[in-house]
Ligand binder design. Structure first.
Ligand code: GTB
Length: 218
């Protein structure tokens, strides 16, 4: 059955891979599932046809036969549950990997998003300079904890899982802030994720959309 996802017609990041379709592409590449992409404009995202797929008028969405999903955590979990390669066979290890997926979107991503929102939308406010260090410190608190847990391991719980895919995707958004580099083991963890051939294919595919150049073979 054909898998179709949606992505920005033009991502505001110009193809840095920060829009959330990249994590879905990455999951599909890890499990070697071909997929099609329907590009949507900001206007089209708020129109009834797209709202029927995504109640909040966002990307990405995922369609496969009669199934339509939104929310990247749910989409990546769906992919990981149906195809080998992203979740361990052992039931307890599988549950722990899913726990890391939730931790990525529910515990680590919120302060990172708060920082991105502050930088992007609030820098002209009179209180911005006073608030920014507080927001940055909330990110540092989470990274401190995550860094302590990761230690010198390659991945969060044994072999690479969908938990790492989601966590690396979430941490990537921090790179431009410089905060990630304060945590060398996390910076190396992100680099390890980006070095995976499946990530490289996903990144190249979204970059091609944003530059108009076809992806080079990986
Ligand atoms: N919780 C949802 C999920 O995980 O799927 C969040 C989905 C979401 O935020 N989608 C964004 C969107 O559609 C795109 S990814 N926004 C349009 C809107 O809400 O109208 C967020 C994003 C956008 C741009 C950059 N960037 O340019 O750096 C990074 C991330």
């Amino acid at each position: 059955m054909t898998i179709t996802i949606t992505a920005f017609e033009r991502s505001p990041d110009g193809g840095k891979g920060l829009a959330r379709d990249t994590r879905v592409r990455w999951a599909l590449e890890e499990v070697r599932q071909p997929y099609e992409v329907r590009l949507v404009s900001f206007r089209a995202m708020k129109e009834p046809a797209h709202l029927a797929l995504h109640p909040f008028g966002q990307i990405p969405t995922y369609e496969e036969g009669d199934l339509a999903l939104f929310e990247t955590g749910s989409i990546v979990l769906h992919i990981a549950e149906r195809h080998a390669g992203l979740l361990p066979d052992d039931a307890n290890a599988r549950a722990r990997a899913i726990t890391w997926m939730f931790a990525a979107v529910n515990t680590v991503e919120p302060p990172i998003l708060e920082l991105a929102t502050a930088t992007l939308l609030e820098s002209d406010k009179p209180w911005y300079a006073a608030r920014l260090p507080l927001v940055e410190d909330r990110v540092r608190d989470r990274l401190n904890q995550l860094s302590a847990r990761l230690g010198d391991a390659d991945w969060l719980d044994g072999a690479f899982t969908a938990g790492d895919l989601m966590m690396v995707s979430v941490l990537l958004r921090l790179r431009s802030s410089g905060i990630l580099d304060e945590f060398p083991n996390l910076a190396a963890y992100v680099t390890r994720g980006e070095a995976r051939p499946a990530y490289k294919r996903a990144f190249a595919a979204q970059l091609a959309v944003n530059t108009g150049k076809p992806p080079t073979g990986q």
